[in-house]
Design a protein around this ligand. Structure first.
Ligand code: IMP
Length: 220
């Protein structure tokens, strides 16, 4: 246990394995919040989730311009090093008036213009870029990629969008990232004003995960 594999994993399997039951899956993230969120929903489907950090898998690079490529890269990386099926997500905030920015660069939005890599700096840039802009529409986007082994030719891909509006002043203390500035008109609250359980049940990640689970049960 706790050993990283270097042999390509999954018993050297390279073919399509759609329909193969999944019992244990490595999560290609070390984010404890995501692990809790995903483990709860996957556990109900009989799937045990292990964080990649527990298996000594280092974080993968996220070099691609699309969410789906980054999610697949992270999933393949974890599957290759552990020999287990792997689940990865990639997500970000897409703002219509900014033509989809910060998008795939959400985590380093301020860094791209010489700022620091922090939520505060990212939010400051977001507010700045939207000053005087009346179209406040945006959404959080999440892609999930599940590979049964590193070379799985039929990865399961699911996506979720959570639509809202960008505020010009922060509201709420929960959540992370852009949540204090992300307003949900239907809930009359920012994402940071929602109880974590409420956010976790309605977020872009929850929508994508439910789609993934539906695909898995169709396959079974
Ligand atoms: P990652 O998918 O964990 O790499 O997230 C990328 C970035 O998107 C995060 O650093 C946040 O800036 C932003 N982001 C993704 N999901 C959320 C969310 O649920 N709330 C706030 N920010 C988010």
């Amino acid at each position: 246990m706790n050993q990283v594999r270097q042999d390509g994993g999954a018993n050297g399997a390279h073919g399509a394995t759609s329909g193969m039951p999944l019992k244990k899956v490595v999560l290609a993230s070390n984010n404890a919040g995501k692990l809790r969120e995903f483990a709860a929903l996957l556990g109900a489907a009989g799937i045990e989730l292990i964080a990649q950090g527990e298996l000594n898998v280092p974080e993968a690079e996220e070099p691609h311009p699309t969410f789906v490529e980054n999610a697949l890269t992270k999933a393949r990386h974890a599957a290759k090093l552990t020999g287990l099926p792997a689940l990865a997500d990639d997500s970000g905030l897409c703002v219509r008036a900014l033509r989809g920015a910060p998008g795939v660069y959400s985590a380093r939005f301020a860094q791209l213009v010489g700022g620091e890599k922090s939520d505060a700096a990212n939010n400051a840039r977001l507010v700045d870029e939207l000053r005087g802009v009346s179209d406040r529409r945006g959404y959080y986007y999440c892609v999930l990629a599940l590979v049964r082994h590193a070379d799985d030719p039929e990865p399961l891909i699911a996506e979720g969008r959570w639509h809202g509006e960008i505020l010009d002043a922060p509201r709420g203390e929960h959540g992370f990232g852009y949540d204090p500035y992300f307003y949900l008109p239907s809930l009359n609250a920012s994402a940071a004003e929602l109880e974590p359980a409420v956010k976790n049940a309605s977020s872009h990640r929850a929508i994508a995960l439910r789609q993934l689970l539906a695909r898995l049960s169709e396959e079974a």
